[in-house]
Ligand binder design. Structure first.
Ligand SMILES: Nc1ncnc2c1ncn2[C@@H]1O[C@H](COP(=O)(O)OP(=O)(O)OP(=O)(O)O)[C@@H](O)[C@H]1O
Ligand SMILES: [Mg+2]
Length: 219
């Protein structure tokens, strides 16, 4: 039985897709049967996963609405052990409402990830930002979670939100503690970064004042 690893964050643009794609490629290069699943309707996985030119556009959303079968939405990549399921044609639609409703109201996502786990060593799921119904469905079917975090104070302050979401009503995720440990490590990095920035700013200000006093400042 393989492992489902969800990449989630309450914030957007923090590196979820980049982490998903690179981690999947790293696992596949080590010979593990790896599937990366894009459930974010933005569909950004398609740009970085090494698909062959002219690949079909369909993916998870097309499986979800019954337009395509499972075999049609699992695509090969340049790496022999890496397969991908794109978000599909929802990425080109102007409205994602039906997609969100289908994910929220059915158990298809959970069934899909459970079935994928039986056939793969690792299933990596790239999710949309936030803690909406799609992310909750993914978390229900995952054994591991990674929360990419930027080294800045606000990211750290909003992190308890995602930890509460990961913990969920039954705190069933085995790797919850792992996420917390990583975040504590990050807090040290943030503090170090802040001190470094403070030192740079003080030096710049001193240089600036010295320059201004010398009269060269006003031309
Ligand atoms: N470790 C990193 N260091 C520096 N830049 C990064 C890193 N990871 C990702 N980026 C850059 O940050 C930007 C956002 O990355 P990405 O699209 O992976 O974030 P995301 O969390 O998936 O965004 P969204 O919430 O919109 O899905 C991209 O331009 C990407 O190249
Ligand atoms: Mg993304």
């Amino acid at each position: 039985m393989g492992h489902v690893l969800a990449v989630v964050s309450q914030k957007g643009g923090v590196g979820k897709t980049t982490t998903s794609v690179n981690l999947a490629a790293a696992f596949a290069r080590r010979g593990l049967k790896t599937l990366v699943v894009d459930v974010d309707p933005q569909g950004a996985v398609r740009y970085g996963v090494g698909l062959k030119r002219g690949h079909p556009p369909h993916g998870f959303s097309d499986y979800l609405n019954g337009a395509r079968g499972l075999r049609e939405v699992i695509l090969p990549t340049a790496l022999p052990w890496l397969r991908v399921m794109l978000a599909g044609t929802v990425s080109d639609a102007a409205d994602h409402g039906t997609y969100h409703a289908l994910v929220a109201e059915t158990d298809l996502l959970k069934e899909l990830l459970t079935a994928a786990r039986e056939r793969c060593d690792v299933v990596i799921v790239d999710t949309p930002p936030g803690l909406g119904p799609i992310v909750h469905k993914v978390l229900e079917a995952s054994q591991h979670v990674i929360v990419p975090l930027q080294c800045e104070p606000l990211a750290l302050q909003t992190t308890p939100q995602i930890l509460r979401g990961i913990q969920g009503p039954d705190a069933s995720l085995a790797d919850y503690c792992y996420a917390v440990t990583k975040l504590l490590d990050f807090s040290k990095i943030v503090r170090r970064q802040q001190n470094r920035h403070r030192r740079i700013l003080l030096r710049e200000r001193a240089d600036h004042l010295a320059h201004a006093r010398s009269g060269e400042w006003i031309e």
